[in-house]
Design a protein around this ligand. Structure first.
Ligand code: NAP
Length: 476
């Protein structure tokens, strides 16, 4: 059984309290390992280590920092099977998806290594003959990163990559349920030779760790991926010391199928977007809007595809959909389905937890005749339930799709170029997939608008959130 430790100032340590907690495999509810139940004191030590290491790390030539990140990316790829196995063990996604997560994590590190050496400043024309003006960009300082359980490795890589590339040091708090992939990641960082104190890992009590990260003056930036509710609390606390914040929060993605869409492509996209990670991604299609003329055909094809999913333990190679994270998640999904049915929705397939399997399994489900009065139309589902809404006009589809406090990802399927442009301009979302349900790419800026967050990760400006601009005026 895995007995994880925390990594502080280059040493593998227990929590000061000596307390540990158990990790549960969602596929069979067995104990998958244990981890230190760290708290405020451990976090303070990690912050102090990050603070002490900051000057040296930020002072390295960017090329050297990039070298470390590239070495770490190579090591991630060399240990792909171990990392993927840990992701699946602790959070349940099928191994094929976990391997994909390792691959994109390595890509995030490489992308940011590339950006490290292109972190340009500016020479600015002055209005006085005796002055020269310029701006330079410098690392913000030690950073706190807090990550969720649904992508335990790639969310850490997407933060550690740009932070280290920019010259920041970091304290990472992974989700309580999934520290394993992060621990292995840090072991590989040690092997890559990243100096002590540059990367620190604290597991355990979210409130105690979070409060310390937010109140310690050495931490200059919080980068968070998780729910909108927790993100709002963190933003409020960060305001006290005016710490910089990047927030990757919840989503409630619409996927619109217009009457002229390639239905095979649309069904494949809906399957991929809705059922990947058992519906537990922030960019999952949570509301599927189908134009009335093609609704029957779409439903027939979609139902057939959903019924082909192979449910089971993610460690079995044939599994295409795994469990949800815990029993609380199962209950939330079930209550959304019951609410929709009580208000007139019809279950086309699925609809209930799978009692015959030992883990947290919910049947892949399609709900037909869903409308805006139902909870599922407003609340993030985070489960394998696809609600279908019908619409008649383009304007109606856009208006319904935008009817959400969230604004992370949105998708639509059409072959009409004019409509493509009208719709992507009108959708109030940070990420748009046009005939593409898998838009995530290291080259693309990832992030949301409205209550889905602030800041972008990845893309050509991926270091920007980890840098301060300093203006220099020189009288000659
Ligand atoms: P969560 O409950 O908000 O937790 C996220 C992280 O915050 C975890 O590490 C959690 O720790 C920690 N946390 C909880 N309370 C805290 C506090 N008071 N202070 C400091 N940290 C605290 O979210 P989740 O259920 O793990 O993840 C699912 C959510 O993440 C969904 O809403 C999803 O849409 C969102 N998400 C967004 C993106 C994106 O890029 N926009 C990507 C992936 C997921 P514990 O685990 O220890 O409680």
């Amino acid at each position: 059984m895995n007995q994880w430790l925390m990594y502080i100032n280059g040493e593998w340590v227990q929590a000061r309290s000596g307390e540990r907690y158990e990790l549960i495999n969602p596929a069979d509810r067995s104990v998958a390992g244990t981890a230190p139940h760290g708290g405020a004191e451990d976090t303070a030590r990690a912050i102090e280590a990050a603070q002490a290491a900051f000057k040296g790390w930020a002072g390295l030539p960017a090329k050297e920092r990039a070298g470390y990140l590239n070495r770490l990316a190579d090591l991630l790829e060399q240990h792909k099977e171990v990392l993927a196995g840990l992701i699946t063990l602790e959070m349940g996604k099928p191994l094929a998806e976990a391997r994909g997560e390792v691959a994109i994590s390595a890509d995030y590190l490489r992308w940011n290594a590339g950006e490290a050496v292109r972190s340009y400043g500016k020479v600015i024309p002055s209005s006085s003959a005796d002055k020269r003006l310029l701006s330079i960009r410098q690392a913000v300082g030690p950073v706190a990163a807090i990550t969720p359980w649904n992508f335990p490795l790639s969310m850490a890589a997407r933060k550690i990559g740009p932070a280290l590339a920019a010259g920041c040091t970091i304290v990472l708090k992974p989700a309580l349920q999934t520290p394993g992939a992060a621990v292995k990641f840090f072991e590989l960082a040690e092997e890559a030779g990243i100096p002590a104190g540059v990367m620190n890992l604290v597991t355990g009590d979210p409130k105690a760790i979070g409060d310390k990260l937010l109140t310690h003056p050495a931490i200059r930036k919080i980068t968070f991926t998780g729910s909108t509710a927790v993100g709002k609390q963190l933003m409020k606390s960060a305001a006290d010391q005016v710490k910089k914040v990047s927030m990757e929060l919840g989503g409630h993605a619409p996927l619109i199928v217009f009457e002229d869409a390639d239905l095979e492509q649309a069904v494949a996209g809906a399957m991929n977007s809705k059922f990947r990670n058992a519906g537990q991604t922030c960019i999952c299609a949570n509301r599927i809007y189908v134009q009335r003329q093609v609704a029957d055909k779409f439903m027939e094809m979609f139902k057939a595809a959903v019924e082909k999913l192979v449910i089971g333990d993610g460690r079995a190679e044939e599994t295409t959909i795994g469990p949800v994270i815990d029993e609380k998640a199962l209950h939330k999904i079930q209550s959304q389905v019951e609410d929709a049915v009580s208000k007139g929705a019809r279950i086309v397939t699925g609809g209930k937890p799978i009692g015959s399997l030992p883990g947290n399994f919910f049947e892949p489900t399609i709900l037909h005749g869903v409308d805006q009065t139902m909870t599922i139309s407003q609340e993030e589902t985070f489960g394998p339930v696809a609600p279908i809404f019908l619409f008649d006009t383009e304007e109606e589809a856009i208006s319904q799709a935008n009817h959400s406090v969230y604004g992370l990802a949105a998708y639509f399927y059409t072959k009409d170029l004019g409509r493509t442009i009208r719709v992507y301009e009108a959708l109030e979302y940070g990420i748009i997939g046009c005939n593409d349900a898998v838009p995530t790419a290291v080259q693309g800026p990832f992030g949301g608008v409205k209550e889905s967050g602030t800041g972008r990760e990845g893309g050509p400006d991926s270091l920007a959130d980890f840098l301060e601009t300093k203006f220099v005026s020189i009288r000659i």
